[in-house]
Design a protein around this ligand. Structure first.
Ligand code: DX5
Length: 224
């Protein structure tokens, strides 16, 4: 199997627009993509910035919107532009309905699954989207501990879907980024290990190196 170059994606979990812009400014020199967490205090026990704060985001970087909200289609229909919208399998009845709204608004769709959700629930969707987020913490807060058991899901998905983008999110640092990539993940989302670092640039670079080592391990293992 070919080595997939992994991508490090900083996660921004904030309540204020100025913090959102400040964090985007800090990471923009080092990454291509930023993930913005949006939480409604119902699907997850925390609140963050809302749709109105997403206006006029800085150019020069791509955005993933991680919708940790009930009825994500009601939020997404207010957001136009080339975003990757990641919705939770636990919050949707019909992927087609969400897909229609995302497409109409010029975005792309990804699907996420929480650690406590039965893994089989996400599989039917993976034929319809090319991006899956395997949560490695129970969502709501940054700084939580990585749940290593979720790597089994990453391995399973990578076995079934060679070309899908598999993202992991929650507790990712140099050590766990290697481990997740060695299981088959190619998108590594991190908040604390980037924003709490003394040097953001150095933190991103070290995560990238670890993830690349992990991807090489995966490629070696999967080529038999
Ligand atoms: C779930 C959020 C994660 C979180 C990651 O709580 O979706 O993106 O902010 O934070 P770290 O990387 O600190 O675990």
């Amino acid at each position: 199997m070919v080595f997939m170059k992994p991508e490090i994606i900083p996660a921004i979990l904030v309540q204020l627009r100025e913090d959102l812009f400040d964090r985007i400014r800090k990471v923009k020199p080092y990454v291509d993509t930023v993930q913005i967490d949006i939480m409604d205090g119902m699907f997850v026990p925390n609140n963050t910035i809302g749709v109105k704060h997403l206006r006029g985001l800085p150019e020069g970087v791509k955005y993933e919107l991680h919708w940790m909200v009930l009825n994500p289609e009601r939020w997404i229909e207010k957001v136009h532009g080339d975003y990757l919208h990641i919705v939770h399998v636990e919050t949707i009845d019909s992927l087609d309905d969400v897909q229609k709204i995302v497409k109409k608004n010029g975005g792309r769709l990804g699907i996420a699954i929480n650690p406590g959700t039965q893994f089989e629930k996400v599989l039917p969707y993976l034929k319809k989207v090319d991006y899956v987020l395997v949560m490695t913490v129970n969502p709501g807060f940054s700084g939580q501990k990585y749940i290593k058991g979720m790597e089994e899901r990453v391995r399973e998905i990578r076995k079934k879907f060679k070309d899908i983008d598999i993202e992991v999110d929650g507790g990712l640092d140099k050590k766990t980024a290697y481990s997740a990539a060695a299981a088959g993940a190619n998108k590594i989302v991190a908040a604390s290990s980037i924003f709490k670092a003394f040097s953001i640039g150095k933190a991103v670079k070290e995560l990238q190196e670890s993830a690349e080592k992990g991807c090489k391990t995966w490629a070696k293992k999967s080529s038999g």
